[in-house]
Design a protein around this ligand. Structure first.
Ligand code: ZN
Ligand code: ZN
Length: 514
């Protein structure tokens, strides 16, 4: 059985919890539509839309009951059907600090799950979340069609700035005399536990990747329920030694990934660190990226950066890209470090900021034969085998600025307006800039594939949607009855509701629609 994980962006989670908290000591309810990211071990449900109900769309609201109105439910079900998305409902138990599904939740949940299984395509799954008071405790589950039972969700990931990892029923004892992170924990606002629960993917283990990798290990990133995964197919050469502090002369000829793995083991990280010799576009790396909570790109070609940028948008994973460049100018040189944080759904991506040159990205992605043809025609200026100048301290400053941005992003709502950071070593200067979302961006814009997960959004509108549906709720007199969409009056009602109900779309940031 695959592990099940639910993923929100920080902004969606805020909209969700604000709506639920509005009802105070009464229960509340909201539907979300989710795309999916499937890997060998894991199924992640990615919140793509929240359908926020109006007051009149919730019925029987009290401190122990809540029920979605049938028109609201019908709207959500048809949106899910049209887009092939999964339906997860979330409600609250404000009377509890250890939320558990009640017998009534079970009864209605199973009725709705059976209905969805019988009438919706296989990609539409059904799940439920219940939050207790304070939103720091929850129970969640996804219906397993084959075995006709609910499977537990033990992890809810809220990705972005700030990041939160909620784990089911966990009360970790932290600290102690031999705690290596004791000096971290005494920093006000420092979230060592969050670092340890976060899953970080590092693309590239060269001059920048090695320093990022070293810093992540030292910070204890991924050392509890998280992980660090990194990849680089390259072999260590003598000229790499001055920029990879943990590499030794006898490692020359070994892959950078193997050297990094040995270093992690040497530092006592045995199970939660994995370094791969596969290239970034390998299927195995795609699996890692889908499960990651943060992607850090330490690569110097636009093709690979374009790949990471697209995957970040598709799976709603924050992406930190960094690069350094030494530009010779006669007998002097300019040295530059750049870092960009892309928060899917909130900031612009690397295409929006112009950080990726589409034509050089296309060249990077060509095979050797095609590249040779282009080179012959004079289209390729340099090749990967041309050595580029680089030096440790420029990489060091840039990598630690990137780590600093990572910590700001994870701990506090602090990235806004400073997504882009530019360091000039010769001038000893730095400036920051914001990267706004461009609605026409093919990656993160309105028509892009933001939050689409494994399947590009497909329209099934030509197919008649099934009749919605069985209601869920408490003491509902209408449980089990279908809303007749064929009825004209109901139809008009539904249309009116479509206009009235606030549908928060991934393509339209929550801040814009509110
Ligand atoms: Zn309940
Ligand atoms: Zn973009």
């Amino acid at each position: 059985m695959k592990k099940k994980i639910i993923r929100f962006t920080t902004d969606y989670y805020k909209v969700l919890t604000n709506h639920l908290a509005e009802s105070g000591s009464d229960e509340s309810f909201i539907y979300g539509l989710f795309s999916r990211a499937m890997t060998n071990d894991c199924m992640t449900y990615i919140c793509k839309q929240l359908v926020v109900p109006d007051r009149e769309e919730l019925k029987n609201q009290s401190s122990v009951s809540i029920e979605p109105d049938q028109v609201y439910q019908a709207l959500v079900y048809s949106l899910a059907f049209d887009q092939g998305l999964s339906i997860l409902d979330t409600h609250t138990h404000p009377f509890s600090t250890k939320a558990r599904f009640s017998g009534i939740d079970n009864h209605h949940g199973m009725a709705n799950a059976s209905y969805i299984s019988a009438n919706f395509p296989k990609t539409t799954e059904m799940g439920m979340i219940v939050f207790g008071r304070g939103f720091d405790n929850f129970e969640a589950r996804i219906w397993d069609r084959k075995n006709e039972r609910f499977e537990p969700v033990n992890r809810i990931e809220v990705l972005g700035s700030p990041t939160m990892i909620l784990r089911y029923d966990v009360n970790d004892a932290k600290g102690g005399k031999d705690d290596p992170y004791a000096r971290h924990r005494i920093i006000p606002g420092w979230k060592q536990g969050l670092l340890e629960d976060t899953k970080v993917f590092v693309g590239g283990l060269g001059g920048n990747g090695a320093l990022v990798f070293e810093s992540l290990l030292a910070l204890g990133v991924g050392s509890h329920s998280g992980w660090i995964k990194a990849c680089d197919p390259d072999i260590l050469e003598a000229s790499n030694l001055p920029r990879i502090p943990y590499a030794r002369p006898k490692d020359i000829g070994e892959t950078k990934a193997k050297i990094a793995q040995a270093y992690a083991k040497h530092r006592g990280h045995k199970t939660n660190v994995e370094c791969y010799t596969e290239p970034l576009d390998d299927a195995k790396m795609l699996e890692c990226i889908k499960e990651a909570n943060v992607i850090i790109g330490c690569i110097d070609n636009d093709g690979a950066r374009q790949t990471l940028n697209s995957l970040a948008s598709r799976y709603m994973v924050p992406y930190i890209d960094l690069g350094t460049e030494i530009i010779p100018e006669d007998d002097k040189y300019e040295s530059i470090g750049q870092i960009q944080v892309f928060l899917p759904g909130r900031t612009g991506c690397l295409m929006c900021s112009g950080s990726i040159d589409p034509s050089s990205a296309a060249l990077d992605k060509m095979d050797d034969e095609a590249k040779a043809q282009y080179a012959q025609a004079g289209y390729v200026r340099g090749t990967n085998s041309t050595p580029t100048p680089s030096v440790l301290h420029l990489n060091g400053v840039t990598c630690h600025l990137a780590i600093s941005q990572l910590v700001r992003m994870l701990f506090a709502d602090g990235i806004n307006g400073k997504e882009y950071l530019h360091y000039n070593a010769r001038e000893a200067s730095m400036f920051t800039a914001s990267v706004d979302r461009n609605d026409n961006c093919p990656v993160c814009g309105r028509r892009g594939y933001l939050g689409c997960g494994d399947v590009r959004e497909i329209s099934l509108k030509s197919i008649i949607p099934p009749r919605p549906c069985v209601s869920r709720g408490i003491d509902s007199p209408k449980v089990g009855k279908a809303v007749e969409l064929a009825d004209n009056a109901e139809n008009e009602d539904t249309r009116a509701q479509v206009e009235a109900t606030e549908v928060i779309e991934a393509q339209v940031g929550p801040q814009e629609t509110q």
